[in-house]
Design a binder for this molecule. Structure first.
Ligand code: SF4
Length: 222
């Protein structure tokens, strides 16, 4: 599998576990707020898989999970085989995804290769292509949401509160996420030249309304 970045130790990327994080290159979306634009297209220097597995072997006992993020990991042809190797080392695996490839998510779930899935729900469906910056198969996104809700051993849905989204949009995305798990609102951080973020009180207002609607909601990044 192509790997563009490696964080050897993370205390925040896998809930309750100390994890390594690998970043895969390339993505089929172009969110304006993406902070990994340097690995989305063109030439990206790669890290050898062997380096990752050497590190895991050395830190066995301390690291109990591996997080695969990107970019969009489900675009990687070698993803299934890579995860099989990680699972053989008895690590929990968390996949971060934009939800555009439900067939691959299903395949991974069918093979019991995932312990946790975190999916970005970018917006209500009518604004999805605008926020993702590209035309998209909305049905695929919807299928991924249903699949994760019904089949993932553990999961989270989260939405970056981009400037083009409203509080009502966030209520709608929270409804799409369902009420079984905590839904996360993430504060938007503009890239240079990007529009201003919503003020903290607007995020809090959205969270309060989502809870009034019967959901559980937390804010990240304030
Ligand atoms: S889906 Fe994620 S990796 Fe892809 S462009 Fe959007 S923020 Fe960046």
């Amino acid at each position: 599998m192509k790997i563009a970045g490696f964080n050897k130790t993370s205390f925040v990327d896998y809930p309750g576990k100390i994890a390594c994080v690998v970043f895969t290159p390339h993505c089929n979306m172009r969110c304006d707020y993406c902070h990994n634009k340097h690995i989305l297209e063109g030439y990206v220097p790669l890290i050898d898989e062997g380096e990752i597995f050497d590190h895991i072997e050395k830190r066995k006992g301390m690291i109990s999970a591996l997080v695969i993020t990107g970019g969009e990991p489900t675009l990687q042809a070698g993803l299934v085989d890579f995860i099989k190797k990680v699972k053989a080392l008895d690590l929990a695996v968390k996949l971060d995804t934009n939800g555009s490839k439900p067939e691959l998510i299903k395949d991974l779930l069918d093979q019991d290769l995932l312990d946790y899935i975190a999916m970005d729900i970018k917006s209500p469906f009518d604004k999805y292509c605008q926020v993702a910056g590209t035309p998209l198969d909305i049905k695929a996104i919807s299928n991924s949401i249903d699949l994760i809700k019904n089949r993932a051993p553990d999961y989270e849905f989260r939405t970056t509160f981009a400037p083009e989204l409203t509080v009502e949009d966030l209520r709608e995305t929270a409804r799409m996420a369902g009420t079984k798990k905590v839904y996360y609102i993430q504060q938007y951080r503009p890239n240079p030249g990007g529009a201003q973020a919503h003020p903290p009180q607007t995020l809090r207002q959205a969270a309060e309304l989502i809870e009034k609607d019967g959901g559980r909601c937390k804010i990240r990044g304030l």
